[in-house]
Design a protein around this ligand. Structure first.
Ligand code: PGA
Length: 257
């Protein structure tokens, strides 16, 4: 039977000291050694190099949760794409709602970060998502369309293989309130359509992930949804047993099941 390969990305946020990250890796690796899904971990900067070293030869891809858009310069406290890459990052999460909310990142700023990540050779996991207020006002799709268009402004079709998208409704992040399959399906189809309107056929292969209160219990239903190419996992990615339970969930293709 054919197994459908999905992508599971851990977003550790501001968790995991180097010691904790290495303990986690030591526990996780044997638990997922026969997993068919792809695995990626967005580590904090300080643990990045250690996690990347520990991930060598496992197929686990390591990335960062943020980068600065400038190549270098007087930006105290910031980390450049080249620094992240040298420390082992292969991708960057860009536009996470916590960055937008707590660090005032606009779509324009997200766009600059997307462009500099791609220029520097990092893949991008672009996050978009509506707030509860947007949802209550009935303006979900226009908000998402604007985020997509502005965040990906002047990206060339040949750069699309370096881009993944994550739909993360803000009201579902860290709240235990996962979006329904109907909502996710509708939004994922809308994102795919918008990307294809903007970039044509080359957008068909851009993975669209879901994030927001993913846990081992809701993973089977989420991964079974055809429009979900993977999951972006926050809280449940911090423990090796819950992360491995999510990663090890196998989806069989419809034709073979
Ligand atoms: P959560 O976070 O899984 O804890 O809801 C997801 C995210 O913010 O990426």
């Amino acid at each position: 039977m054919d197994v459908v390969q999905k992508i599971i990305v851990a977003n550790w946020k501001m968790h995991m000291t180097i010691g904790q990250a290495l303990d986690f890796m030591a526990q996780l690796k044997p638990l997922i050694s026969s997993a068919t899904n792809k695995v990626a971990i967005a580590a904090p900067f300080t643990a990045l190099w250690h996690v990347a070293e520990s991930a060598k030869g496992t197929g686990i891809e390591v990335g960062v949760q943020n980068v600065n858009a400038h190549e270098e310069g007087a930006y105290t406290g910031e980390i450049s794409v080249a620094m992240a890459k040298e420390a082992g990052a292969r991708f960057a999460i860009v536009g996470h709602s916590e960055r937008r909310k707590y660090f005032n990142e606009s779509n324009h700023c997200v766009n600059e970060k997307v462009k500099s990540s791609l220029r520097g050779g990092l893949k991008v996991l672009l996050c978009i998502g509506e707030s509860l207020a947007d949802r209550q006002a009935g303006s979900i799709l226009p908000v998402l369309q604007q985020q997509l268009e502005e965040s990906l402004r002047s990206i060339a079709p040949e750069q699309l293989p370096m881009i993944m998208l994550a739909y993360e409704p803000i009201w579902a992040i860290g709240t235990g309130q996962v979006a329904t399959i109907d909502i996710i399906q509708g939004v994922h189809q809308f994102c795919r359509k918008t990307l294809m309107t903007l970039w044509g056929e080359s957008a068909a292969a851009v993975p669209v992930l879901y994030g927001g209160s993913v846990n081992p219990e809701n993973t089977p239903a989420l991964l079974a949804e055809q429009t979900v190419d993977g999951l972006l996992v926050g809280g449940a990615s911090l423990k090796a047993h819950s992360m491995s339970a999510i990663v090890n969930h196998q989806i069989l293709s419809r034709s073979s099941s």
